[in-house]
Design a protein around this ligand. Structure first.
Ligand code: GUN
Ligand code: FE
Length: 507
């Protein structure tokens, strides 16, 4: 049954521009694809538009009228999080990365050997993440084969779009939480990939399937040379297999990486047209991944706080993407990533919560911290160039883009999701900034002072108020939601047209 959504709609267009439409009409087809969108349908024209489309009095069409103070937007994309660390959220902020892994993270992840524990933890985590408005999520599991299959099953059952990976880690980890050999790491990795690829399609229309496998070398430090070689061979024979890993997060981590992967002992660089760029980046962190063939168009690199200029060039040449995880980067004292510089280079950037380095599973928190991070960078560089993104604060349109479309591009889904435009999947949120959403910080778009100036109420984005246009009112709602909103404001969460979560959803 096709569904029509009528009301306010906000969708990103470009890094510096989004579209705020107070009276949009959007049609979602049975298969969960967006069939068409009309951008300006004031209530007086609604019947005409429906008649033109042959939809008047059609009982097979479901009509969803958004209320004043509500709007539709694309779902959030979390390009980097750790499912098994959700139970640790809020613990361990006194540490920096390497101690935090040892003291806080590895002990929790080791518990996922117990499938009962894993089931309870993952059920809770996935439900919570969906209700935060994350329609696509890139999950790290643990090193365990069965628990990671279970994570994929749970994500699949909940109807979220996701990438799920089993960690490869056979070096520099505690003896009760380490893979015993390269062979076992590879066998389990292949088994998880095969398991995920054989899940029944959740939606026939969704190509690629909603849940996809992703190769997950935890980070270079945790993988031996042999393991890195085999992982490189695996991706070389499987070009659609995405890759996720950590990069240049923390000074001690970078030093250890360079110590373990000596330039002189690295495999020769793979063939390619970018020889100069590759040579310049030899000896860098990105150069290590590249030497094993793990840096490519579908690689997601989390953090990138301390990237050198040469490795930014290499990342760009390989068309890899960066997951900016500002909450985690502040919390673990890793530093402020230079996101503006990455954007100026044309590198794909999305946002990541990096739970539990980051202490919130919500991309809203990542948006807020990405803003603060960019302001810290700007304050430390008073002579920012007059144009571009580097050394300047990120604007609301840019933050909105990173949280949605930018994330979609980082996961290779730029043509499928991230924008509410025809031909893309309906992965979307109904956001409410109304008083009855119960979040006093994003207060009363339904009441507003325009009630007092006598404007007629009831319709989304109606005229009135403090002399602002309807579009400006809507822009203000988006900004307040991004900076003060939370899951109370997320009424409905759709993936591929299916209602999968949100405050109004009983699943
Ligand atoms: N580097 C290696 N493992 C991890 C992890 O679990 N979290 C973060 N933030 N960085 C890592
Ligand atoms: Fe991480």
């Amino acid at each position: 049954m096709p569904r029509l959504f009528y009301g306010a709609l906000i969708t990103p267009d470009a890094l510096t521009k989004y579209r705020a439409l107070p009276h949009a009409l959007l049609c979602v087809a049975d298969d969960g694809e967006i069939a068409w969108r009309e951008d300006d349908v004031p209530s007086g024209r609604l019947q005409d538009v429906l008649a033109k489309r042959g939809l008047v009095d059609d009982p097979s069409v479901e009509f969803v009228q958004l209320k004043l103070g509500e709007f539709l937007m694309p779902g959030f994309v979390d390009t980097h999080t750790h499912g098994p660390q959700v139970p640790n959220i809020g613990s361990g902020q006194q540490h920096e990365l390497l101690d935090w892994l040892k003291e806080v993270t590895f002990p929790m992840e080791a518990r996922f050997a117990d499938l009962n524990f894993a089931r309870t933890a993952y059920e809770t985590a996935v439900r919570r993440i969906i209700n935060c408005g994350t329609t696509t999520c890139c999950y790290y599991g643990t090193l365990h084969l069965d628990a990671t299959k279970l994570l994929a099953d749970i994500v699949h059952t909940h109807g979220q779009r996701a990438f799920v990976g089993k960690c490869n880690m056979n070096r520099d980890c505690p003896k009760d939480y380490i893979e015993p050999s390269t062979a076992e790491s590879m066998t389990a990795t292949r088994a998880v990939i095969q398991h995920i690829r054989s899940l029944p399609p959740s939606s026939p229309a969704s190509k690629p399937p909603l849940v996809q496998p992703i190769l997950t070398p935890r980070f270079a430090i945790s993988c031996t040379n042999d393991l890195m070689i085999e992982l490189g061979e695996l991706v070389c024979s499987d070009l659609t297999l995405a890759i996720q890993t950590h990069i240049s997060e923390n000074a001690a981590e970078i030093a250890r990486t360079k110590q373990l992967f000596n330039v002189n002992t690295l495999p020769p660089p793979p063939d390619g047209p970018d020889e100069v760029v590759i040579k310049r980046a030899r000896g860098t962190y990105a150069g290590v991944y590249d030497a094993y063939g793990l840096l490519r168009y579908n690689t997601i690199l989390a953090h990138g706080v301390h990237l050198e200029a040469a490795e930014m060039e290499l990342i760009k040449a390989r068309q890899a993407g960066v997951s900016h995880c500002p909450t985690s980067n502040f919390n673990l004292r890793s530093g402020c990533a230079k996101v503006g510089a990455l954007l100026d280079k044309g590198i794909k950037v999305g946002l990541g919560t990096d739970v539990s380095g980051g202490f919130s599973p919500s991309i809203l928190r990542a948006v807020q911290d990405a803003s603060i991070c960019s302001k810290v960078v700007a304050m430390s560089a008073p002579n920012a160039p007059p144009s571009g993104f580097a050394d300047r604060q990120l604007s609301v349109p840019t933050l909105f883009y990173l949280a949605t479309r930018g994330g979609a591009e980082v996961c290779g889904l730029g043509a499928r999701i991230g924008q509410l435009t025809p031909g893309r999947a309906f992965d979307a949120l109904v956001v409410s900034t109304r008083t009855d959403a119960g979040n006093p910080a994003v207060w009363g778009a339904d009441l507003d002072v325009r009630v007092h100036v006598g404007a007629s109420g009831g319709e989304p984005g109606h005229e009135g108020g403090r002399g602002k246009t309807e579009t400006e009112e809507l822009e203000g709602m988006l900004e307040r939601f991004l900076f003060c909103g939370d899951d109370r404001n997320i009424r409905r969460v759709y993936v591929q047209g299916k209602l999968v979560g949100g405050k109004e959803c009983e699943v």
